[in-house]
Ligand binder design. Structure first.
Ligand code: A3P
Length: 300
């Protein structure tokens, strides 16, 4: 299968409030079908706030399930076709719902950025496994800023100072980072088929996270199998791999910023001024005061 064949969209979409969060029409145009989506008990939902490592975890899951069986899939099907983006409707390509409904695989791996309260009900009713990846707010904001600069299907990011303010206010596509990471953290307390992962742990020790993930999925992976996955999902390997680096999407202008940008913990230090950092920390403290959820903004 080839990459997406849609022409460059030059008009950036507007951001508007919808169902209590901020979205663009790319994610509301197929709303009813998304909400009515019929999950199957063996579907696996990959849920993230944008730029938390969605592509990385998608590729890990894809390799864990299908890496050995279908070599052709690895060389000719881009990751966004293997793992459909459920709520997306980019018009010139099938909707995320259609792509998901036509997936030939079992399990079906399905991606969403919707906050927990807007995830289609059938995933919970079918007790589907959910893999959530969260990333510390500062690096997440930096990554999202560069993504909005390069991706013409996102609203204009404005300058970095405006951007941080909008991020803090939750005025970003898919809403507030704070609400998103909390929503799934709270859900995990009562919904046991949810595996909550952190981008920082994945960077620090990918093998360990792979083991934990395999155990959650009830997959027995040998050390050799894991090593093979690890080699493929390394940042440099994914950056060079046309099936995982999004270079097949014309809307993303890599000369502005590549999709696989840095893949680091702590890059926020190269972006936040001392004043911005103080303001962000103050706001963060208030937003995160009643939670057991803790993030690392650096790793040693
Ligand atoms: P940066 O912009 O900080 O580099 P998403 O897939 O949710 O859009 O997330 C993209 C972010 O995850 C980017 O962060 C990207 O570089 C990072 N990423 C993707 N694959 C990675 C990998 N194998 N190792 C480390 N980071 C990775």
């Amino acid at each position: 299968m080839e990459g997406l064949n849609f022409s460059l969209i030059t008009t950036r979409p507007e951001l508007f409030e919808y169902e209590g969060i901020f979205l663009t029409h790319y994610f509301t145009d197929n709303w009813e079908n998304v909400q009515k989506f019929q999950a199957r008990p063996d579907d696996i939902l990959i849920a993230t706030y944008p730029k938390a490592g969605t592509t990385w975890i998608s590729y890990i899951l894809d390799l864990l399930y299908f890496g050995g069986a279908e070599p052709e899939r690895q060389t000719s099907v881009p990751i966004y076709m293997r793992v459909p983006f459920l709520e997306s409707n980019f018009h010139k390509i099938p909707t995320g719902v259609d792509l998901a409904n036509n997936l030939p695989t079992t399990p079906r791996l399905i991606k969403t950025h919707l906050p927990v309260q807007l995830v289609p009900k059938s995933f919970w009713e079918q007790n589907c496994k959910v893999v959530y990846v969260a990333r510390n707010a500062k690096d997440n904001a930096v990554s999202y800023f560069h993504f909005e600069r390069m991706n013409q299907s996102q609203p204009t990011p404005g300058d970095w100072n405006d951007y941080i303010q909008k991020f803090m206010d939750g005025k970003k596509v898919f809403g507030s980072w704070y609400d998103h990471v909390h929503g799934f953290w709270e859900k995990k307390q009562t919904y046991f088929n949810l595996h909550y992962m952190f981008f920082e742990d994945m960077v620090e020790n990918t093998d360990h996270e792979l083991e934990r993930l395999s155990s959650f999925l009830n997959l027995s992976t040998s050390k050799e199998e894991r090593e093979k996955v690890l080699n493929n999902v390394h940042f440099d390997a994914m950056r060079q791999n046309k099936m995982t680096n999004y270079s097949t999407i014309p809307n993303m202008i890599f000369s502005i910023s590549p999709f696989m940008r840095k893949g680091k913990v702590g890059d926020w230090k190269n972006h936040f001024t001392v004043a911005q950092n103080e303001q962000f920390d103050k706001h963060y403290k208030v937003k995160m005061k009643n939670t057991t959820l803790k993030f690392r903004t650096e790793i040693s």
